[in-house]
Design a protein around this ligand. Sequence first.
Ligand code: PTJ
Length: 260
Amino acid sequence: MAVEVSFVFPTHPRAESLRIRERLVDGFRAGLVTPEGLAAHGRGEAFDYILGERTTDEARRAAEAAAAMLLLAERPVISINGNVAALVPSEMVELARAVDAKLEVNLFHVSAEREKAIAEHLLKNGADEVLGVDEEFSTHIPEVQSHRRKVDKRGIAVADVVLVPLEDGDRTEALKRLGKRVIAIDLNPMSRTARAADVTIVDNIVRAAPLMVELARRMSDLPREELEKVVEGFDNSANLRATIGLMLRRLEELSGGRSR
Ligand code: PTJ
């Protein structure tokens, strides 16, 4: 992906956040990200700001449960949209490799050109195979009300565990109705996706993705019973409540006069 000239001074107090934003804008210019993806990122940034732009203990616990769930899965699939492809392409490829999952392009704002561009981008970043772009293997999940209903027969259609980073609503509930286990990465702990998923990692994907790769590699030697204990010991609703509690405390702190 061609990197535009950076306008971010390294000394800027919000340099990292601005760099991430630039990555997304580069992704938009390269035809990976939909314009709505820029707005979606802004919403994520607001939640990240409230969380203190760090991986909380709650997010780490969720990432552990997610890594265990992916390692235990028989047919895990990682769903890739435009924002994910622009922000963490190589991390998603590494994660797929670490847990032996398939990568599938699945877009909300459907576009054949963008599907192709995203698949090529993932291949350039080391993927061996990318599903979701070959019409021959395309099928539909009637339960899903959006364009995301178009899935790959070799991927999401037959998956037992699906990772849906930066999701947009009804699909998680539909995948659950189909008996699949769903892992979400979403900075909004109040979203429908966050509440419907089996495991929700409330963290910025730029931090959550490398953390998941590290955990998946480290946990890959654990016996199945250990992994099962990690999954069974995780309570998504309690974890989300704790995260919302953290946000409230952070807002209290900020209202006490601290700001950046
Ligand atoms: O590429 P497409 O067509 O599939 O479209 C992708 C977007 C993200 C535009 C689409 O899925 C969408 O409209 O999503 P929403 O409904 O805006 O939801 C995205 C969720 O991701 C929101 O809850 C945001 O808070 C959250 N989010 C945004 N950026 C990040 C994030 N969560 C984690 N890390 C981020 N960097």
